[in-house]
Design a protein. Sequence first.
Lengths: 448, 448
Amino acid sequence: MKVAKFGGSSVANAEQLIKVGNIIKSDPKRKFIVVSAPGKRFAGDAKMTDMLIQLGEAFHNDDDYELYLSAVMARFSEIIEGLRVNDDIYAEIETGIKMALAAKGSMESKMDAIKATGEDSSAKILSAYLNSVGLSAYYINPQEAGIIVSDEPGNARILPESFDKIYSLHNEEGILVIPGFFGYTKDGKLATFSRGGSDITGSIIAAGVKAEMYENFTDVDSVYTVNPNIVSHPKEITTLTYKEMRELSYAGFSVFHDEALIPAFREKIPVCIKNTNNPDAPGTLIVAEKETSEKCVVGIASDTGFCSLYVSKFLMNREVGFGRKLLNIFEDEGISFEHAPSGIDDMSVIFRDKKFTPEKEKVVVDRIKEELKVDTVSIHRDLAVIMVVGEGLVNTIGVAQKATTAFSNANVNIEMINQGSSEVSMMFGIQAADLNDAIQSLYTSFFS
Amino acid sequence: MKVAKFGGSSVANAEQLIKVGNIIKSDPKRKFIVVSAPGKRFAGDAKMTDMLIQLGEAFHNDDDYELYLSAVMARFSEIIEGLRVNDDIYAEIETGIKMALAAKGSMESKMDAIKATGEDSSAKILSAYLNSVGLSAYYINPQEAGIIVSDEPGNARILPESFDKIYSLHNEEGILVIPGFFGYTKDGKLATFSRGGSDITGSIIAAGVKAEMYENFTDVDSVYTVNPNIVSHPKEITTLTYKEMRELSYAGFSVFHDEALIPAFREKIPVCIKNTNNPDAPGTLIVAEKETSEKCVVGIASDTGFCSLYVSKFLMNREVGFGRKLLNIFEDEGISFEHAPSGIDDMSVIFRDKKFTPEKEKVVVDRIKEELKVDTVSIHRDLAVIMVVGEGLVNTIGVAQKATTAFSNANVNIEMINQGSSEVSMMFGIQAADLNDAIQSLYTSFFS
């Protein structure tokens, strides 16, 4: 039995939903269907979730919200008409939205309820459509499905007791269509996951019902070996391990938020990334373990927005506790560090710079000077991080050589290398300005 | 004005001391002379310091110490006769040793005083010899010279107030001959530096008198680019910076204990390593700064006896403070860590394994499991660390490539790379068993 999740572009309009119907019909194992809210139909189009946020804000601010409501309903109407399903559903959706707008409670909880109508309506429409083409499908509300979450509006976390409840669904007859993105607190209050949370719902359902596979339908054929915005038409990855996926996601692979997959990973459920627009393509399979091959590098990920702080102090390595004290200052200031490589008399701390405001920088630098009596401290922004990822890489002679040769060929200076801490990746730090050249050259070395 | 320090092999017998006399005579700037105790005259010979330790222990244990005393005096007698200096000095040395044996005080302090007679006697003999060949030389006791140290027998540290006192020596007439290895506490008690402490005395005197150079005479022509026990007849290093020296010394360069040079480094005094047996060779100059050249790698150092501890924990990188907590456990257990590279969900801690007993290992591993709830923790002993060292290395494209290619050519797997924390070095971790192959290959790549 499979759980299939369809993302925003897969439910953006009637045409896409018809494809979804065909996909579900083609494999009777697809028994649990999780859907997002309608996404963009074309570049520049609005996503339903954003439209609902605008609606909610207008209503809250006593602006003319009717205009926004009409736009929302027009999108749903277009879908309903295109699928030729019963018109009653239109009224049902409109009532749902109006109830969410009129509900009492905190602003955050209200916004959660308004946003959730996007996924909820998608699920109702798809369920009606599946029935219209002869499948036995049932809409099921997340509360009924057993998705119990923490009381953190906009950032809810699944509670462990959910999984037993969800497991009881596995005996249900027919196809269950579940809206993604939200659950209910123990007190019955709706709360959404973080943005992109339909992936989380799919993963939770897959873990709960102990599915044989969690299929994640998007608009790309597979996960690529490298960012297609940097290298055109890069090779596809056929199989990835969870660990490889984690490392790739860390540095900018944006097919989906890898942490969404954690519930599925924990139950060792294989995850398949597939394309709604090309369902016959094999997609990318993400598994707990795979046999290692000689060509061990599976992908190269990269991300910008890193910052490094360098300190040097004569005889640092004789000072027990220096590293701990330095990291303590970062912790105190709420900055999560990524890496902290150290030499004899020097140490660097690498972190993402988005939270590192100039004010924060001053506090951190002053504290380091004051408390650690260092000789020098300097900050270096605009770093890019590149991860070369693959199981077995740590035991394969010559991978470091191949990678460093690629940087040399691209005439790119390597500011930082971190290998050996992770068993499946090798990390390089370079100037952000050199990123495209470096990635092109690495791709050529490892994949062509 | 220069400070010249002569090590044990340079004062091992009359023949060597005659060379020392010629070296001093050949450059009138050599005004401050620091000497070690007589070292080995041939492979398998005893060093005077070890003979004195045996003497002290025999005396302490009420064994027949006379035998040991005779052996000590026979060595001095041979030197005195060979140099044809006044016989009175023999009686003076014997009295000095007997007084040290008979003194009151703690066992440790007594042993310090007994050991110190080795250097003290060397200085007296050399001073007499220099006078006999027509130079105006004076023996000066460390107390008189102003070397005031902490009250830590066998491991004394120089006190900051010493330097002003020592500075007043710079106006003295003639050549001052100072025994290395010991100083006096504020209470006038003799205390020795750690073993090899004559280098420390030389460095302190150089810093104190603000010498234009500190010459360190040994029995090798220079510092070599790589360990001569691994690569035969390696190239010599002509100029090194302090930073480069620090990094090389860290990983096994044993020409001398680099921390001995700290007082000289602090005053930016150039240090020259020279050979008593070949004083015309230029030696190796160690300076504060040098111009960087294209061939930026100056040396390759290596050392064994490292250990790594690896931990992995799913979602580690979301846990603020994880790294700090891990290092805290090391600190609590008194283990100074060398490096702590980290990945997304994993972190390694590299440290020297000599203090890491099986009992300590158990405590550390148990605490990590208990307090950090990690998924896995493993220990990996028998690691070797290789440092590729050179100023400018961090900004030179292709150094990493050259190094990693050398490892590949030697068919050696790189377990760990740490680059970018230090500005002057690149660190590699490999299996200790692969060390010689790797060093040979690196030497070929960078120096031939």
